[in-house]
Design a binder for this molecule. Structure first.
Ligand SMILES: CC(=O)N[C@H]1[C@@H](OP(=O)(O)OP(=O)(O)OC[C@H]2O[C@@H](n3ccc(=O)[nH]c3=O)[C@H](O)[C@@H]2O)O[C@H](CO)[C@@H](O)[C@@H]1O
Length: 352
């Protein structure tokens, strides 16, 4: 029997890729021929090629909400991306395009629409990103992580399902994580994840308070590409990484507490893994404020403490960490009570 064909798209940062990887890993490879269209150089290229999935790079422009001369150039890049995506889709002839958003997905969606290929999209945040805002009118079905997001999309084709999480994250070994880090069970493990690209503000604050932090915690700092601090290479109880791939599952299983940006996929992963967290969202100056809404929603439900960047100083960070540790059982209880969504199973079923 001929295989069914699906094309995934999404990129720019890992949050627009890891949910696709979660789904790809669950699709039966003897039934599905899977391909991916992303940008020529974005993080999606490396992450998808690691999975052994055929990858097609297209020209893509950044979508900005403000005026910039670069916008004019980017319009041409996006147009070029549309033609390239159309050529690739005509060749691959998929029955479905699945998009996780990010600016590279827009040309793919426009091309898919022009070829009448059905399109499913997933929105991770409470308010839709610009790419999904544009794409939604062309989508056949729209899925959201947050209940609050559904109101931004047409009712008849939208469904809230939660966040599709890579199954491997649930199969980690705490001991393997400790061995990898060279840590013991003497002090709690605090993992700091500044989103997939790292967060300079968080990196600086953590490093500024390093003596006090490392006297209480064994730290795993995911600091983003190009953000390693050489002066701390020999710091006791401190391990820094630009980005972790396969080891992440073991490390998160060994982790007691997390300090994180408010990226939707990360915080849903910590929720599913029952790890109490402090969320420091990207501020309104640097974003549309989606992470603040994500953080507020998690705080309201008792899963996290939210600490706004404007209030982020060493003392506040240390105090909030103490609060998190003292009340860890109540955070864990609230997280356990949360309807653990089976978003991944739902999506795989709907795609099949
Ligand atoms: C700056 C920016 O625009 N951020 C957005 C981006 O965040 P970002 O790309 O940071 O996305 P998320 O925090 O949602 O997800 C990051 C993903 O990368 C993985 N990971 C991270 C670090 C690491 O070392 N290894 C690893 O595997 C995490 O497990 C997670 O699956 O997309 C999110 C989902 O739309 C949005 O909520 C964020 O606002």
């Amino acid at each position: 029997m001929a295989k069914k064909r699906i094309v995934f798209t999404g990129g720019g940062s890992a949050g627009h890729v890891t949910p696709n990887i979660a789904i790809i890993n669950e699709l039966n490879k003897s039934e599905w021929e899977i391909s991916y269209i992303g940008s020529k150089k974005g993080i999606e290229k490396e992450l998808i090629e690691k999975q052994g999935i055929p990858y097609f790079g297209i020209s893509s422009g950044k979508l900005r909400r403000y005026f910039d001369f670069e916008n004019v150039i980017d319009v041409f890049k996006v147009l070029r991306g549309c033609f390239e995506a159309r050529r690739i889709l005509k060749k691959l002839k998929p029955q479905l395009v699945f998009s996780k958003g990010g600016f590279v997905s827009v040309p793919v969606i426009l091309a898919a629409k022009s070829l009448s290929i059905p399109i499913y999209i997933h929105e991770s945040d409470i308010t839709p990103g610009l790419a999904n805002k544009i794409s939604q009118r062309f989508a056949t079905r729209i899925y959201t992580s947050f209940e609050e997001a559904a109101k931004f999309f047409p009712k008849n084709k939208t469904k809230t399902i939660g966040s599709p999480i890579r199954k491997e994250l649930f199969n980690g070994s705490a001991q393997k994580g400790l061995d990898f880090l060279g840590y013991t069970q003497k002090l709690p493990i605090l993992t700091i994840m500044g989103g997939s690209l790292g967060a300079k503000k968080i990196n600086d604050k953590v490093r500024g308070a390093i003596s006090e932090l490392t006297s209480k915690y064994q730290i795993v700092h995911l600091c983003g590409k190009g953000n390693l601090d050489e002066s701390l290479l020999h710091q006791k109880n401190y391990k820094q990484f630009e980005y972790l791939h396969g080891e992440l599952a073991d490390i998160l299983t060994a982790t007691n507490f997390v300090i994180t940006r408010g990226g939707s996929n990360s915080i849903f992963e910590f929720l599913a893994l029952n790890i109490p967290m402090i969320i420091i969202p990207l501020s309104r100056n640097q974003s549309r404020g989606d992470q603040i809404l994500n953080g507020k929603s998690f705080e309201k439900n008792g899963y996290a403490i939210m600490l706004e960047e404007e209030n982020l100083d060493d003392r506040k960070l240390l105090d909030d960490l103490d609060k998190l540790a003292q009340n860890q059982e109540s955070f864990k209880k609230a997280m356990k009570l949360a309807q653990q969504s089976n978003a991944l199973d739902v999506l795989v079923k709907e795609i099949n």
